[in-house]
Design a protein around this ligand. Structure first.
Ligand code: C2E
Ligand code: MG
Ligand code: MG
Length: 275
């Protein structure tokens, strides 16, 4: 039963695909950066690269609106390569300009990871940009990790052998079994923003966040909380012993130019220390 609505969805999907192909050719994709901040000192320790689409009619389009189509069509591979190449170049520049040895996090998709030549191409892009592999962290979700353990884990091991760090993104929302976690080459757990969002001022000690903090400590992993928007959340995370945060409280994802300015101004010191 072919309804009008299905017809509509189909044509939208097709037009997104067509426009996205064009966007890759025309250079309409941009990389924004969101700082990852030491919540005690306000120091910018790293940035996450996040793709944006400067659409000629619709303005700045966010990934949730086009990544599903990019995944379905395989365009995600080209998209990720573009984002990574651009981010490697920009961060290499900031390093050379003496703006701090910041760490760059990039998101990996299943499709990219499954590419036969992924490790080789990824390492090559880092070296062409003149970046130290130790300055890179890759973010993958639990579901990507668990979907294809035999394929994904050897590739992550190969990256880690070169000094690249591995983070689990949106941690706590997926299906990873805890016994697996310590066998995987993971350095960082990134607490999903839904848990941070649920923090209340009157909250006691029993929360998923506490459990994740304890687990990260036990497994000797770095911890970062995403989606931190207010002081209540920041204070709670600090009390629990989480040191790194990413979220609107400090900054939204911003352009390369704005991020560079932040690196030279160091604007978060006061935000972090005032209580
Ligand atoms: P993610 O990797 O978990 O990235 C964090 C998302 O949370 C970003 O959304 C960011 O803008 C948003 N965020 C940051 N701080 C806050 C906050 O304080 N409050 C709230 N409500 N949100 C916050 P964004 O940029 O829309 O990206 C969505 C997702 O799309 C990302 O989730 C990531 O999974 C994916 N993505 C983004 N860029 C890329 C890319 O270049 N390649 C791939 N494969 N995936 C990407
Ligand atoms: Mg991410
Ligand atoms: Mg996330």
């Amino acid at each position: 039963f072919y309804s009008d609505e299905m017809n509509h969805q189909f044509s939208t999907r097709l037009s997104v695909e067509r426009e996205l192909r064009n966007a890759l050719i025309e250079g309409q994709l941009l990389v924004h950066y969101q700082p990852q901040v030491d919540l005690c000192t306000g120091e910018i320790l790293g940035v996450e690269a996040l793709v944006r689409w400067a659409h000629p009619e619709r303005g700045l389009v966010h990934p949730d609106d086009f990544l599903p189509v990019a995944q379905e069509t395989g365009l995600i591979v080209q998209l990720d390569q573009f984002v990574q190449q651009r981010a490697f170049e920009e961060v290499a520049c900031w390093h050379k300009e003496g703006l701090g040895q910041l760490l760059l996090s990039v998101n990996l998709s299943t499709t990219q990871l499954e590419q036969e030549a992924f490790v080789r191409n990824f390492l090559k892009a880092i070296s062409v940009a003149g970046l130290d592999p130790a300055a890179i962290k890759v973010e993958i979700t639990e579901n990507v990790l668990m979907r294809d353990v035999e394929i994904v884990v050897p590739k992550l091991n190969a990256l880690r052998d070169k000094g690249i760090q591995v983070a689990i993104d949106d941690f706590g929302t997926g299906y990873s079994s805890l016994s697996y976690l310590q066998q995987f080459p993971i350095n960082t757990l990134k607490i999903d923003r839904t848990f941070v969002h649920d923090i209340r001022a009157e909250q006691g000690d029993a929360s998923i966040i506490n459990a994740i903090v304890a687990m990260a400590r036990g497994l000797n992993m770095t911890l970062i909380a995403e989606g931190v928007e207010n002081r209540t959340q920041l204070n709670y995370l600090k009390e629990q012993g989480c040191r790194q945060v990413q979220g609107y409280y400090f900054s939204e994802p911003v352009t390369a130019k704005a991020l560079k300015q932040m690196l030279s101004d160091n604007p978060f010191q006061q935000l972090a220390t005032s209580s």
